[in-house]
Design a protein around this ligand. Structure first.
Ligand code: SAM
Length: 326
């Protein structure tokens, strides 16, 4: 990474569009699961743990009345978490048409019972590519936002420097001074470490695999070409599409160019160990069902699921500047 840009060869534009489309189609095609299907998922406890991590981030950083921007909101799996934080307004953006439709159904309620229990905040949903579009053009009437969230999705922006920059430019342009950006994404340090430990270009366990192409047979990733490092990721009952490595120290430097300063970065294992100690979050984990009855440990999670959680990190950035006085 060198100051002022210049990161070497980039993938072609149309390749890029195709990859973004592949990701969108993959998520669009994933139908909503019934409660029974969800409980039978081989990664049900991992899903619950991920929900707990997102809930903790939201509870730590959202304040009542906040204006929320949820980038890559998916099917709206976090709507209830934002409701619990008593936010005042919600905008969700996602590239996958199917997911935005599901998100809308979830927000409006698809059963009489759900329709009675409306969310307490107004919401707007937009279907577009968050890493290509200038979101301030769509959202000039909604901005500024107090908090922006991008859960399990920012790595889809690291296919090219232009997309990674657009992602951060969008967040920076839409957050108020002092506004918070929370997110979760793969931990590149762990992914590269696992790759180097493996014999070939693949690694994984019974619930996931990661596969790098032959172009990475030397397992070297020069700092001069930090974008477009692609691998295939498969997670049973969840993900099956290309992803891109996000070297975190470069992400931090790039974010600073957009006035976003690092507040926190923790691998999921560290995050869990730290916040599990806090009684309010232990209780939350029990309610979500990620803890076994009466036990303060994560023994309901299989070893293979626990290994997957080690592949991820949580981050918090803050937009420079003083918040406006109330
Ligand atoms: N944030 C949601 C959550 O935590 O439940 C969804 C996470 S899902 C793993 C990744 C999401 O990123 C998908 O909904 C996908 O459509 C979305 N996504 C991927 N690339 C995107 C892009 N370029 N613009 C907007 N959304 C994108």
């Amino acid at each position: 990474y060198g100051a002022g840009g210049g990161y070497g060869a980039q993938q072609g534009y149309s390749d890029e569009r195709n990859s973004a489309r592949r990701v969108a189609d993959h998520y669009s095609a994933r139908s909503n699961q019934t409660l029974e299907e969800r409980e039978n998922s081989p990664i049900i406890h991992l899903k619950k743990l991920n929900n707990w991590i997102k809930s903790v981030l939201i509870q730590l950083y959202a304040r009542p009345g906040d204006c929320v921007l949820d980038l890559a909101c998916g099917k709206g799996g976090d709507l209830i978490k934002w409701d619990k934080a008593r936010v005042g307004y919600y905008v969700g953006v996602d590239i996958a048409e199917g997911s935005i439709k599901d998100c809308m159904t979830r927000y409006n309620g698809d059963t009489d019972q759900q329709r009675k229990k409306k969310f307490s905040f107004p919401a707007r949903l937009i279907c577009t590519d968050c890493y290509e579009a200038r979101l301030d053009e769509y959202l000039y009437e909604d901005a500024p936002f107090d908090i922006c969230s991008c859960q399990f999705a920012l790595h889809y922006s690291w296919s090219t420097e232009a997309r990674a920059r657009q992602a951060l430019a969008n967040v920076s342009a839409l957050l108020r001074p002092g506004g918070i950006f929370i997110g979760t994404m793969p931990d590149a340090n762990v992914i590269i470490k696992r790759l180097r430990e493996s014999e070939g270009l693949e690694f994984g366990n019974s619930v996931y695999w990661v596969s790098f192409g032959e172009e990475y047979s030397e397992k070297k990733f020069p700092a001069s070409r930090p974008f477009g490092i692609k691998y295939k990721f498969h997670l049973e009952d969840a993900v099956d599409c290309p992803e891109w490595v996000v070297p975190f120290h470069l992400f931090k430097l790039l974010a600073e160019e957009y006035d976003l300063e690092l507040v926190l970065m923790k691998n999921f294992h560290e995050f869990v160990h730290e916040y599990m100690q806090k009684p309010e979050f232990t209780e939350l984990m029990r309610r979500l069902g990620a803890l076994g009855d009466g036990r303060n440990d994560l023994s309901t999670l299989s070893q293979d699921e626990w290994e997957v959680s080690y592949l991820y990190l949580a981050f918090v950035l803050r937009k420079r500047g003083q918040p406006p006085t109330q």
